[in-house]
Design a protein around this ligand. Structure first.
Ligand SMILES: Cc1cc2nc3c(=O)[nH]c(=O)nc-3n(C[C@H](O)[C@H](O)[C@H](O)COP(=O)(O)O)c2cc1C
Length: 327
């Protein structure tokens, strides 16, 4: 049995979340995760300043649909007033507002946003306070453990989040300096959980349904966020739900993989048009075929196709061949 995760008035059961991922977690990706049981999904991080300016590319990141619910929108920025204004602009379009305080990318931290807030607790507090005042939506922040190993600030930021009225906090237990190297240190999730009273969501190195169960049991966290483990693998949600219910998860069949890749392609083309969708689909395809025989050859072939029909045929041929190779 699994518990549910309460984020303010919102109850998420089972306590599984699709992570915000820049360039990945768009509407089609979220809908596919939801079709496999993801009970809550986040948009990628969206610039508060871009929203304020009504930037076309920024607004496009808000694209959603009635089936894309409940939805968390993640904002990034360093200006408390801009973040508050952005929160007011989006609150009617989402169920949760999250503030990014973990992004390690240079462009983001050089502007004082993302993980640079981990070494500026006063600014972090000011931002949360300002957004908290602006909206009554459930509010969360997403952090790393600190700027680097000599400046671990996650417990301090956790206390601030609690005091300033956040409804939950997500921790990816790597420092900014680590980027994605080494292992995520799940022990830090346990430490945070033992330190604060608001729900703690764990993120980091969850690549299988067993990892979901292990993170919940080893850290005592209230929810698990899945990022890279869902790339080309929306089934991870279904499998985690089965495992949490004490069942042995059933992996996707060949037909399911093929249908999923084709459906992903259709959804991307429907949303963006073929010329944008096809390059976008190539990266997802490389994840759908990862580990299967002939994947490398398929990837280079797929890179040469510029039309949807060609790519559809290549996907069908690839999965048919995989099936025959199994016989
Ligand atoms: C391509 C990519 C883009 C990401 N973009 C975001 C983002 O926009 N906002 C955010 O808070 N985290 C972002 N992350 C971090 C993930 O949400 C997650 O915390 C991290 O990948 C660790 O989880 P994992 O090991 O399950 O991938 C991104 C990660 C990846 C791989």
């Amino acid at each position: 049995m699994h518990s549910s995760l309460a984020i303010g008035s919102l109850h998420i059961s089972p306590p599984l979340i699709l992570a915000p991922m820049a360039g990945i977690s768009d509407l089609p990706f979220r809908l596919l995760a939801r079709a496999h049981g993801a009970p809550l999904c986040f948009t990628e991080m969206i610039s508060a300043e871009g929203l304020k300016r009504h930037g076309k590319n920024t607004i496009a990141l808000l694209r959603s649909s009635p089936k894309d619910s409940p939805l968390g929108i993640q904002l990034f920025g360093d200006n408390p007033d801009s973040l508050a204004e952005a929160a007011r602009m989006i609150e009617a379009d989402c169920d949760i507002i999250d503030i990014n305080m973990g992004c390690p990318v240079k462009k983001v931290v050089s502007g004082g946003a993302g993980s640079s807030l981990l070494r500026n607790p006063l600014k972090a507090a000011e931002i949360i306070r300002s957004v908290r005042k602006a909206t009554s939506r459930p509010l969360t922040i997403k952090i790393r453990t600190g700027w680097n190993s000599t400046e671990p600030s996650f417990l301090e930021i956790g206390h601030i989040a609690e005091q300033e009225g956040c409804n939950a906090i997500t921790l990816h237990p790597r420092t900014r300096a680590q980027m994605f190297s080494e292992h995520a240190d799940w022990e830090r999730i346990r430490e945070l959980k033992n330190t604060i009273t608001i729900p703690v969501i764990g993120s980091g190195d969850v690549f299988s349904s067993q990892d979901v169960v292990d993170m919940l049991s080893q850290t005592g966290c209230d929810g698990v966020m899945i990022a890279r483990g869902a790339m080309g693998n929306p089934w991870i949600f279904r499998e985690a739900i089965e495992r949490l219910a004490g069942l042995i998860p059933s992996g996707p069949s060949r037909e399911e993989r093929q249908a999923m890749a084709l459906s992903h392609l259709e959804q991307l083309c429907g949303l963006y048009g073929e010329s944008t969708a096809i390059p976008e689909m190539r990266k997802h395809l490389s994840w759908y075929v990862k580990g299967l025989p002939g994947a490398a050859r398929f990837r280079s072939l797929a890179n040469t196709y510029g039309e949807k029909q060609q790519l559809r045929q290549a996907i069908t041929d690839f999965f048919t061949l995989v099936e025959h190779e199994r016989d």
